[in-house]
Design a protein around this ligand. Structure first.
Ligand code: PEP
Ligand code: MG
Length: 574
């Protein structure tokens, strides 16, 4: 059977099937005040018991994972005491004469349904959190005893319709080797916790509980997303080989991720991470990132109903800079528009938003947006190694105008006696054909380039990056894109400047090999890709890669490029 890979890995063990116990709910109404008072007390006692259990979960999570992961359950404690939930239950007990169990059950469903109906994927997934809390309270009202995954003493793969985040955090990984759930998505807390624990997991399989029995031997292949129930001897041998290969791969990546990204023949490059908030720095560093090559600041704007103030931004940038302890932190100014919207900024209706009033283009109409951001950046740059860059640049005028704005901000800060960095380096993203063609000019007026391959591909090829109907035409390895990137890298080197890539291509094995051959200096990617790319670079010989990539630049088709690079990657890993 197949499902969504929530957390990668391979496990072979016997099945532990968690069947939902159906709790009997007393539907009869209470008869009088005394009974209502009793039910109210039952509810209060259940809240107290739940509070105690959640504190235990927090303690175990802190020991096994970290204080940060335990925050999920601190949020559960807050939900437990959230007046919306409590008021709903009390109203049902006192106003509608429901017994406590029914009141808790209905109040949980109401709050969870409300969350589940929201547009925001993140908030929708929080419906699972409130069901977790409400389910605990209900168990405590009815005296239902939960199976604790902390008490298992055999090696198992857990199968369930759904697992709560607390079920997951309580799994003792000495015994639980992985889990499978019929429902769920990649961004639920259950999946996030599994990834942090490094526990293989597949979710969203649809009906699987009617196919698997307690004690069946199962193969959980969370590399390809397959589950095999009662495998044949042959399937079992294949799974064992796969598990061994996977473990070897993990050991290899673990061993190299903290080492420098240096090729066999001594060529050194930077491997850094992409982040969307200061908290993401931790994952970048843990995966061996040597800094941050792209902080997408639009997320500060997207989650707030009002424009984030200079102070809020200053704190965010300073926190990230300090977390990186002097390592480079490339911050991109607001890149809103195109497919990214924010409630705090109103946009005109446009025929072609990707070619419209977006990114740097809006700054000159909205100095009230760019100036507070620039002031916050200049001030935060006094606390770490901050570099700034601008999105969607098409011309030198835009850079000149940005430099004027920066000078104005500096003059204001000076007059106000505020501390800031006079020499914050200024770079530009290269995402448009115009920026590539004029790269020799732009290289003279900025300190560095960072190629946004996601957008560059769409603009060079005139292929919408989000349109599924033409997804096959969206080819970052198209010869035209490769040649455009070569122009940019060569132009920067001629001026003694450096070039990075912060689009998805840098974290892709094929892309990284090509970029290495093109002479790229900095590779910026999501934290999870860093170990793989570092490993690849460390195994490569840059002279050989350059030779092959040069050959690729003479090819006619993407297909030829891809085939040649795949062969080269095989050679590198051999
Ligand atoms: C890019 O376009 O490659 C890029 C890094 O920016 P974004 O994906 O945020 O548009
Ligand atoms: Mg972009």
């Amino acid at each position: 059977m197949k499902g969504i890979i929530a957390s990668p890995g391979v496990a072979i063990a016997s099945a532990f099937v968690m069947k939902q116990t159906v709790v009997e709910i007393d539907m009869t109404p209470t008869a009088n005040e005394t009974e209502r008072a009793e039910q109210e007390q039952l509810f209060r006692d259940a809240i107290a018991a739940t509070e105690q259990q959640l504190n235990e979960v927090i303690e175990i999570t802190e020991q096994r994972l970290s204080a940060k992961e335990a925050d999920v359950f601190r949020a559960h404690l807050m939900m437990l005491f959230d007046p919306t939930f409590e008021d709903a239950v009390m109203e049902k007990i006192n106003g509608s004469a429901m017994k406590a169990a029914r009141a808790v059950k209905e109040a949980t469903v109401e709050v969870a349904d409300m969350l589940a109906s929201l547009d925001d994927e993140y908030l929708r997934e929080r419906a699972a959190d409130i069901r977790d809390v409400g389910g605990r309270v209900l168990d405590n009202v009815t005296g239902n005893v939960r199976v604790s995954l902390n008490d298992l003493r055999d090696e198992v793969v857990v199968f369930a319709n759904d697992l709560t985040p607390s079920d997951t955090a309580m799994m003792d990984m000495n015994y639980v080797k992985g889990f499978v759930t019929e429902v769920g998505g990649r961004t639920s807390h259950t999946s996030i916790i599994a990834r942090i624990m490094g526990l293989p997991a597949i979710v969203g399989t649809g009906d699987i509980l009617s196919h698997v029995k307690h004690g069946d031997t199962v193969v959980l292949d969370a590399v390809d997303g397959d589950i095999v129930i009662n495998p044949t001897a042959e399937e079992l041998a294949a799974a064992e080989a796969k598990l061994e290969k996977y473990l070897e791969h993990v050991r290899e990546l673990d061993a190299v991720k903290m080492l420098p990204a240096e090729t066999k023949d001594g060529h050194h490059v930077e491997v850094v991470g992409n982040i969307a908030s200061p908290a993401d720095c931790k994952g970048v560093l843990e995966n061996g990132g040597e800094g941050v090559g792209l902080f997408r600041t639009e997320f500060l704007y997207m989650k707030s109903p009002e424009l984030p103030s200079e102070e809020v931004q200053f704190e965010a940038y300073k926190t990230a800079a300090e977390a990186l302890e002097g390592r480079p932190l490339v911050i991109r100014t607001l890149d809103i528009g195109g497919d990214k919207a924010a409630d705090c900024i109103s946009f005109p209706a446009e025929m072609n938003p990707f070619l419209g009033w977006r990114a740097v283009r809006m700054y000159f109409d909205r100095l009230d947006i760019i100036k507070p951001q620039m002031r916050a950046l200049l001030r935060a740059a006094a606390y770490g190694n901050i570099l700034v860059m601008f999105p969607m640049i098409i011309s030198a005028e835009e850079i000149f105008k940005m430099k004027e704005i920066i000078e104005e901000c500096k003059a204001e800060l000076r007059a106000e006696g505020k501390e800031f960095n006079e020499n914050m380096p200024i770079g530009t993203m290269v995402e448009t054909p115009a920026a590539c063609i004029n790269a020799d000019k732009l290289a003279q007026i900025v300190d560095f380039f960072s190629i946004g391959t996601n957008d560059l591909t769409q603009y060079v090829l005139a292929v919408d990056r989000g349109n599924e109907a033409i997804a096959a035409m969206y080819q970052p390895l198209h010869p035209a894109v490769l040649r455009a990137m070569k122009m940019v890298i060569d132009a920067s080197h001629k001026e003694g400047k450096w070039t990075g890539v912060c689009g998805e291509l840098a974290g892709d094995e094929r892309g990284a090999v090509i970029l290495l051959g093109l002479g790229l200096d900095e590779f910026s990617m999501s934290a999870g890709s860093i170990p793989t790319i570092k490993n690849l670079i460390r195994r490569a010989n840059v002279a050989r890669v350059r030779e092959v990539v040069e050959e690729c630049l003479t090819y006619f088709t993407t297909e030829e490029v891809t085939a040649r690079i795949d062969k080269l990657i095989e050679e590198i890993y051999a």
